[in-house]
Design a protein around this ligand. Sequence first.
Ligand SMILES: NC(=O)C1=CN([C@@H]2O[C@H](COP(=O)(O)OP(=O)(O)OC[C@H]3O[C@@H](n4cnc5c(N)ncnc54)[C@H](O)[C@@H]3O)[C@@H](O)[C@H]2O)[C@H](O)CC1
Ligand SMILES: [K+]
Length: 550
Amino acid sequence: MTIQKFVVTADQMRQIETRIFAAGMPVAALMEKVALLIARRIQQLLKAEGSSATSSVRDLTDRRKREEGKNLVNSQLPVIGVLVGPGHNGGDALVVARELHFQGFQVVIYCPFSKLKELTQNHADYARSLKIPFVDKIELLKNCYLLVDGLFGFGLEREITNATAAAIDEINNLNIPILSIDIPSGIHTDTGEVLGTAIRAKHTLCLGLWKMAFLQDRALEYIGSSELIDFDIPAADIAAILGETPAIQRITKASATQHLPLPRSPISHKYTNGHILIIAGSRRYSGAAILSALGARASGVGMLSIAVPESIKPMLSSQLPEALVIGCPETQSGAISELPVAIDLGLYDAIAAGPGLTLEAAIAVESVLESDRPLVLDADGLNILAQLGTVPILSERCALTIITPHPGEFKRLFPELADETGDDRIAATQAAAQLCGAAVLLKGARVCISWKDEGDSLRDSYGSRTITYLNPESTPALARGGSGDVLTGLLGGLLATAIARKSPPQSVAATAAWWHAQAGIMAAKERTELGVDAFTLTQYLIAALREFAK
Ligand SMILES: NC(=O)C1=CN([C@@H]2O[C@H](COP(=O)(O)OP(=O)(O)OC[C@H]3O[C@@H](n4cnc5c(N)ncnc54)[C@H](O)[C@@H]3O)[C@@H](O)[C@H]2O)[C@H](O)CC1
Ligand SMILES: [K+]
């Protein structure tokens, strides 16, 4: 079982937790276990950073031996501030404070609440008895080296207002690195929305199972970097709440690799490895056609055909000697006016259309929408679809369509949905998939992919029957023109191959999103976040594949 693939709402986490408690695990014991893991991880992180806090701890513990019985509080030493809320997130924080204190760290506690849950109150009482200082003013935290945020966890449901909101803003303004326990306080666990205001963490330790907010773009600036603290939740309890095949999953290396067309059959030939037709480009946007084609090339697809306006055919042929380049009739400004009369779309396992077409290519886009071929539609293909009427056109298609909008295109395709679901990208993608029957890949920092489930799996947390995949890792290096064109080609190539191999076609969308992001991450590591232009990205696709598929 890979724990990394699961993602839960606050309600699902509560249900799982309830089962664990009902089975006999004492609440206090679980809190103790979890918080000890957090305390240990904090120490590892400080050590890895080579922080002066850990060397001071060594000084302090040595001195402790020498100066037995003397007051150990030394204001010159780095201090860790622990922020404590009224619920069990605050309880976790108090156990962490206690453990760090015993490990020799100087700790101060800030708890601006008079009424605490019982267990949290017990830990607060014990911390006081140990003479761990409690401070009641935020300015007294200003010399802290690190703040540990245990104000609110997944129990937060209402807006944070008044004094608590002001305190969070003041804490953020101290500009001290903050490590959040479970989730940055103030972030909605499911939607990632900021409930009034929220802690801006440098790093967040998500407890037990990944929460939905970690896959919502709008929460990412608050979450900082993140990792999962696995505290051994029994697989049976996860399955009881999420189902054997959860309706919503994080993409993992294992799931992405599973849908790669590897290994190839030793007796395969070019046609059994798929034939993709890319329809892209215009005189104005010729690069879009090249980038999509280079993306498709990296997919290993058996045959690559590219339909472009006649006038840019030589350019494509010179860049992609292996491709079959089809020149199309063009408009005065150099867009595809229609597909060649002689073209037989039935020859292709899949079609990918859209990048760089301009709105003048509407007739060509209509032809592919009317065809019975599996289709990836992107960019201007989507803008044309929006003009034609997204839902009626897609609902009529008899083959799979995968649409790959960015949020702007999504709004044009589904204006009512975008208003209803706001910035909840997961809900928006699922609702769109449900409505139009296509597989929807919503681009962004955390790509969300959803399609209607034809099987009998559980309804997901939003009540819709969809399968959803979320890409957990990416890089802002990919936020630049042309990187989407690469994804279209890569996805188109994988789709054509999946069709030819008779493997599940929708799943390749998750593989393509993962692969594309991994290539971006690898390129950014080697060339910085500024060094990943779309062409460079295409050059990293195979290197990234070699790394994650080994
Ligand atoms: N996942 C697990 O199995 C474990 C989780 N642990 C930790 O427990 C929290 C969840 O604890 P809970 O007590 O349910 O909620 P919170 O600590 O997040 O806080 C709820 C607390 O706050 C009050 N409250 C809610 N909204 C507001 C508001 N806007 N303003 C003021 N006060 C508010 C509410 O009334 C409650 O009293 C989880 O995140 C983990 O950190 C366990 O310790 C280990 C097992
Ligand atoms: K928190």
